[in-house]
Design a protein around this ligand. Structure first.
Ligand code: AHM
Ligand code: MG
Length: 343
């Protein structure tokens, strides 16, 4: 079978209908190329001087790793000059970044988490890049984009994707019509289509949650997990397996391919916080991919993609994965206890 490169795949998608505009195609190619550069950088590890922290904090008070900042710059520089973006925003930048006036402006807004699972970098475990594409509002080419322009519900994303830097480097994309997977061929330096129309398998009894937060969860979450831990002897009548990589993108990639559920619920460690994960550049893009692959993504009570963000770095509780297991979670009742709050 002929190998289909990402470029060929995108051109064919563009020809096939209105799924992909020329600017969106360029955007995806540019982001994918930047992910390739990030992958090569990660591979060098200690030899490239990329491990460790910078000693600075991002807007969320998290210590920035060298690779967080480096990857943010790789994506920023790659995307500034092509004429496909009106502005961009990232986990690692306090405010939005406008396209400098010396470059043409485009129709799209890009939001990304340059390195997801940062705590895995220094110990040689999987990390990833997550991105989401929104349309810039009308008139954005003649005025500067504002932060409010980014505050669109996830259902308005025109594309989303992620790269996982693991034993292989994978890229997963959706334009709202199915989910497609690519593998990086390092010798050729090219992304090759390896999965078409990914559908999450149901019936996999596997959950991903940070169990060390058990005592901080609301009763609904605790009961759902306790019933699964009870296995064959408990109310589920089946044994469950657990996986937690510390990198959401890696956990979601497993679930996409093998089924199961991912949870990062609200917890009482910081009651004012809806959850740990961020709505615009983590939950929304991965939520769109999960839904496009036949799964569901909720904040405990409502669909994540329906939430209207109030700020660029809003956090949200996350329950996503195979439809059967998310429905099983919902059968424990919806919470009046703050599991679905956005802060
Ligand atoms: P990051 O973007 O700063 O790396 O944080 C997000 C990550 C997710 O990838 C992962 O699921 C979660 O944080 C792990 O959190 P914890 O260390 O609390 O288990
Ligand atoms: Mg992240």
């Amino acid at each position: 079978m002929a190998r289909i490169s990402l470029s060929r795949f995108l051109i064919e998608q563009q020809r096939e209908g209105d799924a992909l505009s020329a600017q969106l195609r360029l955007l995806i190619e540019v982001v994918a190329r930047a992910c390739k550069a990030i992958s090569y950088t990660i591979n060098k590890g200690e030899l490239g001087g990329i491990l460790g922290s910078l000693g600075t904090e991002n807007v969320q008070g998290e210590v920035q790793k060298k690779l967080d900042v480096l990857s943010n710059e790789i994506l920023l520089e790659a995307n500034e000059w092509g004429g496909h973006l009106a502005a961009l925003a990232s986990e690692e930048m306090d405010t939005i970044h406008l396209i400098p006036h010396r470059y043409p402006k485009g129709e799209y807004l890009l939001v990304y988490d340059p390195i997801d699972g940062s705590s895995n970098i220094d110990v040689n475990l999987s990390v990833g890049t997550i991105f989401s594409v929104l349309e810039a509002p009308e008139g954005a080419s003649t005025r500067d984009v504002r932060e409010e322009d980014f505050l669109q519900p996830g259902s308005r994303q025109v594309a989303a994707g992620y790269a996982v830097y693991g034993p292989q480097t994978s890229l997963v994309l959706t334009f709202g019509k199915g989910v497609f997977g690519f593998t990086l061929d390092r010798e050729v330096g090219s992304w090759v289509l390896t999965q078409r129309n990914i559908i999450i398998p149901e019936g996999n009894r596997e959950f991903a949650i940070n169990m060390s937060n058990h005592r901080h969860w609301v009763p609904q979450v605790r009961q759902y997990i306790d019933d699964r831990l009870a296995g064959r002897e408990g109310p589920c009548g089946q044994d469950f397996n657990m996986r937690w990589t510390g990198s959401m993108v890696a956990d979601i990639h497993r679930i996409l391919n093998r089924g199961g559920i991912f949870l990062y619920p609200w917890d009482a460690r910081d009651p004012a916080r809806a959850g740990k994960l961020r709505l615009l550049y983590e939950a929304n893009p991965l939520g769109l991919i999960i839904e496009q692959a036949g799964g569901s993504a909720i904040d405990g009570t409502q669909r994540i993609l329906d939430i209207v963000p109030a700020g660029l770095h809003d956090r949200v509780a996350v329950v996503m994965g195979a439809r059967d297991e998310v429905e099983a979670f919902q059968s424990y009742g919806s919470a009046e206890n703050g599991i679905g709050r956005v802060t």
